[in-house]
Every structure is written in C-alpha cells, then in structure tokens.
Write a protein that binds this ligand. Structure first.
Ligand code: 2NL
Length: 339
C-alpha cells in the first residue's frame, strides 16, 4: 500500500511538472483526486485493509493527498502568474504612439465664400434672410416686373412645377416677400440655391447659388449703391480694388448696371486671369424699379432703393482661381481639402 501511494505521488509530481497550462493542470487534478481519480480508488480500497492498519494507512493516504494538493496549488500559482505575465506583455499599450487621425469634414469653398460675403454685409448692418426654393411665378417673375413674354420665363430656361409654380431662378422672391411685409427700411441679403434649365459645363449648372442684396429707405440714391458695392469689393478682393459700372438692363431695376472690379491678380494691368482686360465682371445691380416697389405696396415717391445680385460660384471660382465650376459639385475630398 505504502509503495502504491509513493508511486502515485511520484507519478503525480512528474505529471504536474510537465503541465504547461492551467487546463492541463486541472485535468491532472481530476485524474488523481477526482471522483474516479487514482487516489480516490485507493480510499475505496480501505475496506479491504485490516481494521488495525486502517489509521496508519488512512493517515498515509491523507498525507499523500495533502502533498499532491500542495504541489498542484504551487504549480497553479506558477502557471497563473506566467499566464498573467504573458497577457500583460501582449496587451501592452504604448501611450507614446501617435493617435489615429479621424477625418474631419471640411467647409466647402462656396460656404467659405458665403461666410465671407455675409460677414461683410452684416458688418454694414444688413440682415441675412432665406426663403423658399419652390416659388410662385408671381414672386419669381411678376412682382419683379418681368413680363409674361420675357425670354427668362421660357420653359427652356426655367423649371416649371405647374403654371403658377417654379423653381426660383434667382433669390429676389425672398426680397419681394420681405418688401410685402411692409417693415421699412430694409437692408438685407438673400443667399441661396437657384435653378435654371442649363446644361452642365465649366461655367453652367442647373442649380447654383446666388446672393442678392436689397436696400430700401428714404433718399437712397445710386451714390449709395456705388459706395456700398465699392466697399464690398474692397473687403472681398483687397483694399486696392477699384470698381466700374457699365450700363445694363434688368426688368426689375432702373437704371441698371453691371459692376466690374480691377483684376486682383494683375491690379488692372491685364493678365490671363482677366483675359487681358484688367477688369473682371462680378455682379449686376441697379435702382429698384418703381413698378417693383409699387407691386409690393411701397410708394416710390416716398421710398427708393438699390439691389444687386451676385453669383456665389462666380466669386468662389475667381477667389480660388478654379477654372471649372463642376469641381465645386463633385465633392471630391482631395479637391475640397485644398481650400
Ligand atoms: C445678376 C443680376 C440682380 C437684382 C438682381 C433685385 C431684387 C429686387 C428688386 C430689384 Cl426685390 N432687383 N435684384 C437687381 C439687379 C441685378 O442680379 O446678374 N445676378 C447674378
């Protein structure tokens, strides 16, 4: 019996020393100390031991069991420590590594330019007003003194929803709605998307952005228009910028003009940017037509005003020297992040 127990113990120690994982160690424990384990088998054999020998043999079995348990526990601690060590090594975090860069969105060049335009006019006391993109024919054309037979009203140029409703072709309807409210004076700009039935090319798109401006007060003259737009041009293109007004025609203003600025690239000498002209056209403007005032219940004898319209994309393309408007709509991040 004694030899058998010694053999179990020796074999147990040998096996335990070979165990290289907690799972294997547990397997060994079960095989020796478990219900059907070798040592348990020995205990079951106690009934065959002579009663007088039982205390000694019993003590021997217990000693063996205790000895094996101690070795098992030591090994378990060793393996657990090793496993923890390994895990710590594997999961080490290098806090000095550079952080993963998250891709942050970027303001669209049109948005940058619009912010700048808004900043300039807000600085001069203007309000920024928005309105519907789907408009009544009345607000888009009629209230602006655009006659029914005007070429701009052609289906070739305007998107019609039905006979009375169109996609606005300019943001002037926002200003008409403001005039109708009857709260004077008005100093406002109306930025937003406008729609025209154009084919896409380097300078055209069926949907683009416009910023219109409107001032209505007593004693507003063409001098106010010139002074305001000259200041606007200086702030947008630089202090040295000069402006020039060429007579033009719009149905909603009288007199009307187009405004050119001295080329900010060559200072007016003539270069590729301004096609040798020295001047670049940037907006249309004029004194609000008396018919337009009357239709919105403003007395042209008492009030007068000026208005202007700028194509936002035109300003963006000029400022950033972009030669194709389509680039503004493709939303290619490689293009957009340059600005
Ligand atoms: C252009 C020309 C212009 C206006 C827009 C306007 C608005 C009202 C009354 C009178 Cl409510 N006029 N807007 C005036 C002159 C020119 O835009 O070439 N835009 C791109």
């Amino acid at each position: 019996m004694k030899e058998r127990l010694q053999k179990i113990k020796d074999e147990a120690i040998a096996k335990i020393n070979l165990a290289d994982s907690l799972d294997k160690l547990n397997e060994i424990r079960v095989n020796i100390l478990g219900k059907k384990g070798e040592l348990t088998e020995v205990l079951k054999g106690m009934k065959d031991v002579l009663p007088e020998d039982r205390p000694v043999i019993g003590q021997l079995v217990n000693d063996t069991r205790n000895a094996i348990e101690t070795i098992l526990d030591d090994m378990k601690n060793k393996l657990a420590a090793a496993a923890r060590e390994k895990q710590l090594k594997e999961e080490v975090i290098d806090v000095t590594l550079p952080a993963k860069k998250s891709v942050i969105g970027h303001k669209h060049p049109n948005a940058i330019c619009l912010d700048e335009l808004e900043r300039i006019f807000i600085g001069m006391g203007y309000e920024v007003v928005e309105g519907p993109e789907v408009e009544y024919d009345y607000y888009n054309f009629e209230a602006l003194n655009i006659p029914a037979n005007h070429p701009a009203k052609d289906e070739q140029d305007t998107f019609y929803i039905n006979n009375e409703i169109v996609l606005r072709t300019q943001t002037s309807p926002v200003q008409v709605r403001e005039m109708e409210k009857g709260k004077l004076p008005i100093r406002m700009i109306a930025p937003g998307r406008v729609f025209r039935s154009d084919e896409v090319d380097a300078t055209h798109s069926p949907c683009f952005n416009q910023v219109e401006g409107l001032v209505i007060d007593k004693n507003i003259t063409f001098a106010d228009l010139k002074g305001t737009l000259a200041q606007f041009a200086k702030e947008l293109f630089g202090e040295d910028t000069k402006v020039k007004f060429r007579p033009h025609h719009f149905p909603f203003t009288e007199p009307s003009a187009e405004m050119d600025v001295t080329c900010f690239k060559c200072n007016g000498k003539g270069c590729r940017m301004c096609k040798g002209e020295g001047w670049i056209e940037i907006l249309g403007c004029g004194m609000v037509h008396p018919n337009v005032l009357r239709m919105s219940n403003i007395d042209p004898e008492e009030y007068s005003g000026f208005a202007f319209g700028v194509g936002l994309e035109r300003i963006t393309l000029l400022k950033y020297e972009i030669d194709d408007m389509r680039l503004l709509y493709e939303n290619d991040i490689r293009f957009l992040k340059q600005f």
